[in-house]
Design a protein around this ligand. Structure first.
Ligand SMILES: Nc1nc2c(ncn2[C@@H]2O[C@H](COP(=O)(O)OP(=O)(O)OP(=O)(O)O)[C@@H](O)[C@H]2O)c(=O)[nH]1
Ligand SMILES: [Mg+2]
Length: 314
């Protein structure tokens, strides 16, 4: 069963969210491509533009090399090849339809991890909303017990959207929260369990140990690993956010990335680095703070929005 199919509104929202990134790219790409012939410094300029869009030096270099191999002699052909190269890099791991929506198990268990402030709790709310729209019942585990406000924040999402939450006191053991949430989900026959986690503890070693522990609790309780482990990354941190994110990817066997705050960032090109550096698919992008602002990722729509070559009907 496939849910979360994309629609025109998703394409528009992606386009809108990428406007900052596009604006920073577009005039430079225009300068480069809107000429009568290929300028002598063309390839250096293109590489520089791609790197400046956070696409990553390695990826930019490979893209240029692949296009050069084609020995194309017009700017128009080079532009089309650039578009194809960009899309193919995202398609390696991203199908054009979200795969997370198949439900072979009940409850379907999703662990949400990422550095503090990246948008985990907001993403949880938005994912809950997406599942609810598909008539799935959702229960959330308030696994961030480190900050009292985190529990309140989750509860207010739950109140607004009308889903269940299992929460213990501030400072209690997150593993116990997850254990209870899974118990409730099984007893109440919920379809989806969304587990919120802390982005920060006294030390990052503690945090990684805690996340591993949460994973193990899930495994013990449902006799399989979490069905998805989503790493939430903030698009505005650009390449700098990577080293922290790496620690999560190493600790908990992440299955996909959710890239938030695309709307406030001019660094949308970061998705290319994510796919390359982490070898992970991007599953959703966050395009705002509302319940509806989580959009399934689509490589082609993304690249067209990035390059400003859109074929969306208005
Ligand atoms: N504009 C925009 N803001 C977002 C998006 N996603 C999250 N935010 C905002 O980012 C801030 C942090 O989001 P949270 O969901 O609290 O982040 P968190 O990872 O749970 O943070 P901690 O619990 O402190 O680790 C909030 O103000 C959110 O509204 C997005 O896609 N776009
Ligand atoms: Mg949070």
């Amino acid at each position: 069963m496939k849910i979360f199919r994309r629609n025109k509104n998703d394409d528009r929202a992606t386009n809108q969210a990428l406007s900052l990134t596009r604006n920073s790219l577009l005039s430079r790409l225009n300068d480069l491509f809107m000429r009568d012939s290929i300028p002598s410094d063309f390839w250096d300029s293109l590489e520089e533009i791609l790197i400046s869009a956070d696409i990553g030096a390695k990826t930019a270099f490979e893209i240029i090399e692949n296009i050069q191999l084609k020995k194309l002699d017009t700017l128009q052909l080079i532009y089309s090849a650039l578009r194809e190269e960009l899309i193919s890099r995202l398609l390696i791991l991203n199908t054009n339809e979200s795969e997370i929506d198949v439900f072979p198990y009940k409850p379907w268990v999703i662990l949400i991890v990422g550095v503090n402030g990246s948008g985990k709790t907001t993403t949880l709310g938005r994912l809950a909303h997406k599942y609810q729209l598909q008539d799935k019942t959702v229960i959330a585990a308030a696994g961030d017990t480190f900050r009292a406000a985190a529990i309140d924040q989750l509860q207010s999402w739950a109140k607004e959207l009308n889903f269940d939450v299992v929460a213990h006191q501030h400072g209690s053991d997150p593993a116990a929260v997850v254990f209870d949430a899974l118990d409730s989900a099984i007893a109440r026959e919920h379809d989806v369990v969304l587990i919120d986690t802390a982005g920060r503890l006294q030390s990052s070693n503690n945090l990684m140990a805690e996340l591993t522990k949460l994973r193990n609790v899930v495994k013990r309780k449902i006799e399989r690993d979490p069905d998805e482990v989503f790493l939430v990354l903030d698009a505005s941190t650009g390449q700098n956010g990577f080293s922290q994110a790496r620690a999560f990817a190493d600790a908990v066997d992440v299955s996909g990335v959710i890239l938030t705050k695309l709307d406030g960032s001019s660094r949308g090109g970061i998705v290319f680095s994510i796919v390359k550096e982490f070898g992970l698919p991007v599953k959703f992008v966050g395009v705002g703070q509302d319940a509806t602002d989580l959009i399934p990722f689509d490589a082609e729509v993304f690249v067209d929005a990035l390059l400003g070559d859109l074929s969306i009907d208005d």
